[in-house]
Design a protein around this ligand. Structure first.
Ligand code: PEP
Ligand code: CO
Length: 448
C-alpha cells in the first residue's frame, strides 16, 4: 500500500531527532547518492517472508528471538565474531523451540547496527568539548576532534561492512551450518564447560530424537532450508535508511532495503517527528521501542500512524521499562492497545530499562533484573488476555564480562576482566544460554 501523503523525502520537513551536523553537507549528499546506486542489502521477498512470520507470531504460532550487540563495530566484522553470534542465536533458538514448541523467528541486531542515539550531543573532558560518539556509521570513539567529527564516508563503510557481514551469514546458512541434523556445527566449544551443560545436552538430544522420530514417519525433513536468519537495526540515521529505500519491480510499495526489520528507538518516536514520518511509509515490518515515558493515548496514536491498515506482522512494540517499573507501566499500555483493537506484536527488551552504573563508572546490568523483567512481561501480557511474542536482547557469543550475575555469579569486580562493549553491556554466551533455558522452563511449565 502506498500512502498518498508520503514520499521517501517527506521526513526532511519534520524535526529530526538525534540529527548529526556534518561540516560538509555536500559530502553527505554525495555519500547518500552513491549508496542509492548500490545494490540493496536485502530483498523485498525476504522482507515479506519475515512479515508473514511476524503475523503468525501475533497469532501465537511463532516466537521471536531478536539479539545481538548494542552497537556493532567495523573492527568486529570478522569471521570468528560473526560465527559465534550466529551460533549463540541458533543455540538459544533451539532451547526456545524446546520450551515453547513454537517455531522461532531468528533476527540478529546485525549487519547495520552502527548508529547510536546519545543523551547529550557533546561530551566534555578536562574542559574540552567535542561531539559525542554516535556509532561507527557517524564518527569514531577516540576523544579527539578528528575522530569525533561526523564523516559521511563512514556511511559507505557501514554499507560495505553490512554487506560483508550479510554475505558471510548467507553463505554460512546456505552451506548447511544451521542444519539441525548437524548440531556439532553450531555447538560452541565451551558449552561443555558451563554450569548447566547437562541440561543443554538433554535439550539438544531431545530435539535430535524428535527430528529422527518425525523423519521415520514423514521422511527426511529439510531443516537446512527451513532455518532462516533475518537482520535488523535501529533506523536512526535517516540519510542511510533513505539511501536504500526503493520501489522494486512488480511491487507497489517502498521498501527500506538496508535491513529486514528496522526499528524506531525510544528517543526518536515522537508522533510528529521525522523518524515516525519516514517509517510510516515503508512496507517493511517495523519495531518501535516503548519506554517508561510512553502514555497509553500516545501509543494508540502511534500504532495508527505507523500501521494505518492495521496489518498483522507490521508493528512490533519492543517494550523496555526495567524490572522495577514494568508492573506499573505495561498494563495500561496493553489495555489501551487492546481496547483500540490495534494489531501489534509485543516483544520484551529486558536490557535497556535495567542499565546501572557501577561506582567506578562502568555500565552494567544484572542478570536477575533482566530475567525478572522478562518473566513479568510474560505474566502481564497473559493476564491482559494476550501474549508475549518475543524477546529482544543485547548479547554476544564471546566470553565477555559486562553483565553481573548468572549461574557463574559474575560480580562487579569481574567486570574488569573482559569488558569490550563501547556502549551497552551484553549478556555473554553463558548468560544468554541460561536466559534462554529459564524462559524455556517457564514456557514448558505453562504447557504442563
Ligand atoms: C538500543 O536498543 O540499543 C537502544 C538505544 O534502545 P532504546 O532506544 O530502547 O533506548
Ligand atoms: Co543498547
Amino acid at each position: 500500500m502506498t500512502l498518498s501523503d508520503w514520499t521517501p523525502y517527506s521526513w526532511k520537513n519534520k524535526p529530526i531527532g538525534q540529527w548529526v551536523d556534518y561540516p560538509d553537507p555536500d559530502a553527505l549528499d554525495a555519500a547518500v547518492g552513491s549508496l542509492s546506486h548500490f545494490p540493496p542489502l536485502v530483498t523485498s521477498g525476504e522482507i515479506e517472508t519475515l512479515k508473514s512470520q511476524l503475523a503468525a507470531a501475533e497469532n501465537g504460532e511463532y516466537f521471536v528471538l531478536q539479539g545481538g550487540d548494542c552497537s556493532e563495530t567495523f573492527e568486529a566484522c570478522t569471521s570468528n565474531v560473526i560465527v559465534s553470534k550466529l551460533k549463540i542465536l541458533l543455540l538459544m533458538s533451539y532451547i526456545l523451540v524446546y520450551g515453547s514448541r513454537k517455531r522461532i523467528v531468528r533476527i540478529g541486531r546485525i549487519a547495520g547496527q552502527y548508529a547510536k542515539p546519545r543523551s547529550q550531543p557533546t561530551e566534555t573532558r578536562d574542559g574540552v568539548t567535542l561531539p559525542s560518539y554516535r556509532g561507527p556509521l557517524i564518527n569514531r570513539p577516540e576523544f579527539d576532534a578528528t575522530a569525533r567529527t561526523p564523516d559521511p564516508g563512514r556511511l559507505l563503510e557501514g554499507y560495505a561492512h553490512a554487506a560483508m557481514t550479510l554475505n558471510f551469514v548467507r553463505s554460512f546458512v546456505a552451506g548447511g551450518f544451521a542444519d539441525m541434523h548437524h548440531p556439532e556445527y553450531w555447538e560452541l566449544g565451551f558449552v561443555n564447560l558451563t554450569e548447566r551443560s547437562k541440561e543443554y545436552r538433554r535439550i539438544f538430544q531431545s530435539i535430535d530424537s524428535s527430528i529422527h522420530f518425525m523423519e521415520v514417519i514423514a521422511g527426511k525433513i529439510d531443516t537446512l532450508t527451513q532455518t532462516e536468519f533475518f537482520c535488523s537495526h535501529e533506523g536512526l540515521h535517516l540519510p542511510y535508511e533513505f539511501s536504500q529505500t526503493r520501489r522494486v519491480p512488480r511491487r507497489e510499495s517502498w521498501y527500506n532495503l538496508t535491513t529486514h526489520l528496522p526499528w524506531i528507538g525510544d528517543r526518536t518516536r515522537q508522533p510528529d517527528g521525522a523518524h515516525v514520518e519516514f517509517f510510516r511509509g515503508i512496507a517493511n515490518p517495523i519495531g518501535m521501542k516503548v519506554g517508561p515515558t510512553m502514555e497509553p493515548d500516545e501509543l494508540v496514536e502511534l500504532t495508527k500512524i505507523l500501521n494505518p491498515a492495521n496489518e498483522k506482522g507490521r508493528l512490533c512494540l519492543i517494550h523496555r521499562f526495567g524490572a522495577h517499573r514494568i508492573a506499573e507501566k505495561l498494563p495500561p499500555l496493553v489495555e489501551a492497545v487492546l481496547r483500540a483493537n490495534r494489531n501489534v506484536l509485543w516483544i520484551c527488551d529486558p536490557m535497556h530499562g535495567n542499565t546501572q552504573t557501577t561506582p567506578s563508572g562502568l555500565k552494567t546490568r544484572s542478570f536477575d533484573d533482566i530475567l525478572s523483567e522478562l518473566l513479568q512481561s510474560f505474566s502481564i501480557l497473559e493476564r491482559e488476555g494476550t501474549h508475549l511474542g518475543g524477546i529482544h536482547v543485547e548479547m554476544t557469543g564471546e566470553n565477555v564480562t559486562e553483565c553481573v550475575g548468572g549461574a557463574r555469579g559474575l560480580t562487579m569486580d569481574d567486570l574488569y576482566r573482559d569488558y569490550q562493549s563501547d556502549v551497552d553491556p551484553r549478556l555473554n554466551y553463558e548468560q544468554s544460554m541460561e536466559m534462554a533455558l529459564l524462559i524455556a522452563e517457564r514456557q514448558a511449565s505453562r504447557r504442563r
